[in-house]
Write a protein that binds this ligand. Structure first.
Ligand SMILES: [Zn+2]
Length: 290
């Protein structure tokens, strides 16, 4: 992926050089990292389970930088800020087309654990979007995993897809889709609710594809092999693959993100068409047709 030298977003905050306030969640984090480490975006059940409550105040307020960033940290910061800027440019334009104003989210890079508007989260929950403070939280060590799997330069577009998926959750929040599902949560059984979670996740994959569609037209950032690598990572993080790896079998009623095939299908469709009118379809088509 070509990104170096691109414009950087001013909505990114790097907290990795700040001292952690508490390390109490570190142990749990290490334990569950194998199970949820490769989820794109956190599944709501896990979020409730692992995000501690009760620490108020502005997240990150009062923390001071304890050391300068390492060259590697500086590179991931530049990468994340550039991809974030690419998402801002694309979504500003798409929103403008339909007469709306895009309010860009914030993004926080952290290590080990982070205090957010949704509570305190260990990095083991994976990258996630917190609607309460409209912020994407990302521990870039998550990227190392993708790099080990795909090889350095091949991994960058997959990492951008991860960011674009989380920004997709922000776009859903702005468009009201998250609220529709949140309202359903109160009245539906767990199995029924999970189906709505799958729709939201596939929609976020689709939005990541739509972003890449318009981003490529504008910035020409995709290099040969990038799409295949992103498809490979989408394929590795379907619920069926993750469940089989964790437990040896699959239980479709517990799917919250969709199967590997579904994730690849919707990302690819967004990438090919850039057609935002399909968003509604993902919510309206029969579950079995997704
Ligand atoms: Zn997600």
């Amino acid at each position: 992926m070509k990104w170096e030298g691109g414009e950087e977003s001013s909505n990114l905050e790097d907290r990795r050089q700040m001292g952690p306030r508490t390390r109490a969640l570190g142990g749990i984090g290490a334990l569950i990292v194998l199970i949820v480490g490769l989820f794109l975006g956190v599944d709501p059940e896990k979020l409730q389970q692992f995000i501690g409550r009760g620490q108020g105040g502005r997240p990150g307020a009062g923390q001071v930088r304890e050391r300068p960033p390492t060259p590697q940290e500086e590179r991931t910061r530049r990468f994340a800020a550039t991809i974030l800027r690419y998402t801002e440019v694309v979504w500003e334009e798409q929103f403008r087309k339909v007469g709306e104003r895009y309010r860009p989210p914030h993004m926080v890079l952290f290590s080990e654990q982070v205090r957010t508007g949704c509570g305190v989260a260990p990095s083991a929950v994976g990258p996630f979007y917190c609607p309460a403070d409209r912020t994407v939280y990302l521990d870039p060590t998550f990227f190392d995993e993708l790099e080990r799997k795909l090889g350095g330069s091949r991994a960058e577009f997959s990492q951008a897809y991860v960011i674009a998926h989380e920004i997709g959750h922000h776009v859903q929040n702005l468009l009201g889709y998250s609220e529709i599902v949140e309202r359903k949560r109160r009245t539906l059984s767990k199995g029924e609710y999970n189906q709505w979670s799958v729709r939201l996740e596939l929609q976020a994959d689709y939005l990541a594809g739509v972003w890449a569609h318009y981003g490529q037209k504008k910035f020409n950032f995709i290099e040969p092999g990038d799409i295949e690598a992103a498809i490979k990572s989408a394929n590795a993080i379907g619920d069926d693959r993750l469940q089989r790896r964790a437990t040896g079998f699959v239980s479709p009623e517990n799917y919250t993100h969709g199967t590997s095939a579904q994730r690849v299908k919707w990302f690819r469709l967004g990438l090919q068409t850039g057609d935002l009118s399909k968003l509604k379809e993902i919510f309206e088509m029969p579950y079995g047709a997704l």
